[in-house]
Ligand binder design. Structure first.
Ligand code: NDP
Length: 453
């Protein structure tokens, strides 16, 4: 195909929309990446000729299946499960499993697409995938969750494997769910392999996997601040979410001398003007993980704190840095304007695509430090990659070694973003462009080596 025959960006996006009707999250994720990639490949005809971006934006396969389970009252319930295997050019598919009523094929395709770039950025050999089900674990008993996980794995097991596709946790899927799914996989296949990550330490899990995404997100922030000769100490942070990523990001901010002012859940947010201490963060972990409670309860326990309900988000609280760590599209244009007006200097995304396109443009225009999730939250999958290595070698690494590896990996991702996102003649780094191009280039070059497959 001649270079002059290449489709331009608007036509490419039009095609993505046409081929993926009713999948706005997926179209949004592709659109965000495509802009930067089109600029990058403008003078590199091989990537056009081999239709690399078009191929990455078409998952290798999407498996969708029925998941039947019985609730505690004896009712038969039916859910839908999916696994999206987006791209395995540089390693086995790898990406979490999400249980949430908002899960759709579009959401999982967007996450699998993003995961492809993120995993490439870590420098480890992992392709991109994602899975999940429209199942709501809230309010379910342990036995209900167990029966659901076993039923899901009874179908999923045939599509995954330690060298094929290695799922992990995500929203609604933590240590409990991974344990149930791993147990069922082992039972069906009679194999003990590293087919899932985020496992319990007793059966092949890695130290610091639980903390890795939140810690990594703060390490990335630290690297960005270092670039402008600042650090986390003394900074006021606004964080959304109160799950795995949010609580560990909060913990690391406090350990580095910053102050955390907010945490949230889907019902609203808590503003604690005294700051969340490590003890208070542990209280939140206990509340969410063991008692499966709501963040509003914090205000009853700690009297100076105030709860803002009806799904309110914390972006109106004045801060130096913001860490959206709950879910996609939770930070929109009006929120970005409030953050900028209040003097926010840096945003590091713990969640996947929490900032929508318009808000991202506002941050970019304002020239503040802005780290996209595919770079800033890659610490989780990176330690998952290290869990895979430990499982293959049948050994366990020490915590200190893993902590150091995580910090090195996050610095490496920062530097890869800087390499492709730097602007000549300035010290400004466009981390979104840098992450998109660095992730793309690695996957694209592997795909070129394989020819047309
Ligand atoms: P958890 O299930 O542990 O926590 C999710 C948090 O986000 C909860 O506080 C939840 O509130 C809130 N939340 C979920 N959905 C919504 C919504 N629609 N609106 C408002 N709040 C919501 O998940 P994680 O902490 O693991 O994941 C958070 C984000 O980080 C996700 O985007 C995930 O994809 C991303 N991520 C996670 C990684 C990991 O290692 N866990 C790795 C990389 C990215 P509630 O309790 O009310 O549901």
């Amino acid at each position: 195909m001649a270079v002059s025959d290449h489709v331009d960006l608007p036509k490419f996006i039009e095609g993505v929309k046409r081929r993926n009707p009713g999948q706005p999250e997926f179209v949004q994720a592709v659109q965000e990446v495509a802009q930067d990639i089109f600029e990058f490949i403008a003078d590199k005809p091989k990537y056009h000729e081999y239709q690399i971006l078009r191929r990455i934006a078409e998952p290798d396969r999407v498996v969708s299946f029925r998941v039947c389970w019985e609730d505690d009252k004896g009712n038969i319930r039916v859910q839908r499960g999916w696994r999206v295997q987006n791209n395995n050019a540089i390693g086995p598919y790898k990406g979490g499993i999400r249980f949430h009523p908002s899960v759709t094929e579009s959401v999982l395709k967007f996450l699998a697409f993003e995961q492809t770039f993120k995993n490439a950025l870590t420098g480890l050999p992992m392709g991109g995938g994602k899975g999940g089900a429209n199942f709501n674990p809230k309010g379910k008993s342990d036995h209900e969750v167990m029966r659901f996980c076993q039923s899901l794995m009874t179908e999923l097991y045939r599509h995954i494997g330690a060298d094929v596709d290695v799922p992990a946790g995500d929203i609604g899927v933590g240590a409990r769910e991974i344990g149930y799914m791993f147990g069922q996989y082992k039972r069906i296949t009679n194999e003990f392999t590293g087919v899932l990550t985020g496992k319990g330490l007793e059966f092949g899990g890695s130290l610091i996997r639980t903390e890795a995404t939140g810690y990594g997100c703060v390490y990335f922030l630290e690297n960005m601040l270092k670039h402008i000769k600042q650090d986390v100490a003394g900074k006021k942070a606004v964080i959304s979410g109160s799950g795995n990523v949010a609580t560990h990001a909060a913990e690391k901010i406090v350990q580095l001398g910053g102050t955390v002012l907010t945490l949230s859940d889907s019902e609203g947010f808590i503003h604690d003007p005294d700051g969340f201490t490590l003890e208070k963060i542990n209280w939140v972990k206990e509340l969410k993980n063991r008692r499966r409670g709501r963040i509003s309860e914090y205000a009853k326990e700690f009297k100076n704190a105030k709860f803002y309900g009806e799904g309110a988000r914390p972006w109106g609280i004045a801060c130096d840095v913001a860490l959206p760590c709950a879910t996609q599209n939770e930070l929109q244009a009006a929120d970005a304007k409030k953050l900028l007006a209040n003097g926010c200097k840096a945003v590091s995304e713990g969640a996947n695509m929490p900032t929508d396109l318009e808000a991202t443009h506002l941050f970019k225009e304002a020239g503040i430090l802005f780290a996209p999730g595919k770079a800033a939250n890659a610490g989780g999958v990176a330690v998952s990659g290290l869990e895979m290595s430990q499982n293959s070698a049948r050994i366990s690494w020490k915590e200190d070694d893993l902590q150091k590896l995580l910090q090195d990996i996050m610095r490496g991702i920062h530097d890869r973003c800087a390499e492709y996102g730097g602007k000549a003649g300035t010290d400004h780094i466009d981390y979104v462009r840098g992450a998109n191009i660095a992730g793309f280039k690695k996957v694209a070059d592997a795909m070129l080596a394989f020819g047309v497959v």
